[in-house]
Design a protein around this ligand. Structure first.
Ligand code: NAP
Ligand code: G4F
Length: 345
């Protein structure tokens, strides 16, 4: 019998890579997509299988993490061996604009799945993975951060994810469910959403190079992130559920880069020469023709900034045998190359 996995958030960056990985591992993968007025399956269209095909290994269902009935019904119907909860309003800045929705989806979403496992008497069968985040560390800038570091979330997103983290541990301890948290540091890819900073930089710099855009506006150039490749990170999610016992793991590259340096890496990949001038909100990057091509706009600053994230993933490297393969230069090259492939500028 093939193992059955259920992915909430299958249409997202990580959901699409995880679905590919599990299909390769011969799982039958069920994915939950939400109803949308425009098509939201761009990242999984290449693995879509028509419902008329027999013995499909990739099956999509409508559902929503804020709708207990759909969550409970799907879990009852599928009785999965593994559930991956990747569904979330995952944008930190947007969480300041939509804090209540973020709490509903990102905090209570995890609770709904865990409760559905219990309600359907699947405690002994179904393993649960919760997509946790380095945003839990927030204002705790004592780096590198590991599983024992103090949590101090700095956004409605981070606070909602803190609830999801603890409810996962609570259901593991109270009901003996195999429920584990991955505390993942930033991971990017050509499938990254367009409003996250790496993809925003890649797309804008490619357009500027091809004279289709004039200026890229950014917020805090000095925040530091530990950026890996999503393809590497979904492997860790799977490994976390293959352990003998449930546990929580930090997943990170252990290398830090500023937003400004990410711009420089993309520029150098595109063979563009940049000179930085000015300070604070007035800082700008100027190209070889003397034109301002990067500037700051306060609209992209957050009410509270997480300045420095750097993960220590020794525990995962030892216990899971996991280590990231893709270096930041290769990530940049993958993202830039795909941007040119996707567009005929
Ligand atoms: P993403 O690209 O934004 O994908 C989020 C997924 O959740 C999408 O499939 C989205 O559906 C779905 N979703 C949102 N609200 C939902 C709802 N109410 N019901 C059902 N599905 C819903 O995020 P990602 O980068 O793949 O990240 C995956 C998970 O890991 C998220 O939980 C994120 O918070 C967490 N995480 C990400 C990172 C990172 O650096 N990428 C790091 C740590 C943790 P639509 O496609 O319809 O919008
Ligand atoms: O790309 P970002 O929006 O990602 P952020 O806030 O680190 O969150 C991502 O990683 C988390 C893991 O640590 C996930 F949990 C979360 O779901 C998401 O995937 O911003 C990165 C940094 C921030 O410090 C931000 O202030 O870039 C800074 N930044 C500067 N200018 C900008 C911009 N961010 C965005 N999105 N847009 C800007 O123009």
């Amino acid at each position: 019998m093939k193992k059955k996995a259920l992915i909430f958030g299958v249409t997202g960056q990580d959901g699409s890579y995880l679905a590919e990985l599990l299909i390769k591992k011969r799982y039958v993968v069920h994915g939950v997509k939400r109803r949308s007025s425009s098509i939201n399956t761009g990242r999984i269209d290449h693995i879509y299988q028509d419902p008329h095909i027999k013995n499909r290994n990739f099956i999509l269902h409508y559902g929503d993490i804020t709708d207990s009935l759909s969550v409970t019904r799907l879990i009852n119907q599928i009785k999965p061996d593994e559930i991956y909860n990747l569904a979330a309003q995952s944008h930190v800045q947007v969480s300041f604009e939509s804090p209540e929705y973020t709490a509903n989806a990102d905090a209570l979403g995890a609770l709904r799945i865990l409760e559905a496992i219990r309600f359907n008497n699947l405690e002994k069968k179904t393993k649960f993975y919760q997509a946790g985040t380095s945003e839990l560390y927030g204002l705790n800038e004592k780096t590198p951060q590991n599983e024992n570091s103090h949590f101090h979330p700095a956004s409605p997103y981070g606070v909602a994810k803190l609830y999801a983290h603890w409810i996962t541990i609570n259901y593991r301890e109270a009901y003996k469910i195999f429920a584990s948290n991955g505390i993942l540091f930033n991971h990017e890819s050509p499938r990254r959403g367009e409003t996250f900073v790496t993809q925003k930089i890649v797309q804008a710099m490619c357009k500027i190079k091809m004279k289709k855009q004039k200026i890229l506006y950014l917020g805090n150039l000095y925040s530091k992130r530990d950026w890996g490749h999503a393809k590497d990170f979904v492997k860790a999610m799977w490994l976390i559920l293959q352990q003998k016992k449930p546990n929580d793991f930090v997943i990170s590259t252990g290398k830090q880069t500023t937003v400004k340096n990410f711009v420089n890496l993309v520029a150098s990949h595109l063979k563009m020469k940049l000179k930085w001038k000015g300070k604070g909100i007035k800082e700008k990057a100027i190209d070889e023709n003397g034109k301002v091509i990067v500037a700051c706009d306060k609209a992209y600053y957050r009410p509270l900034e997480v300045n420095s994230l750097l993960g220590d993933s020794k525990k995962a490297r030892r216990a899971l045998g996991w280590k990231p393969q893709v270096k930041i230069n290769e990530l940049v090259s993958d993202m830039v190359n795909m941007e040119f492939k996707r567009n005929s500028y």
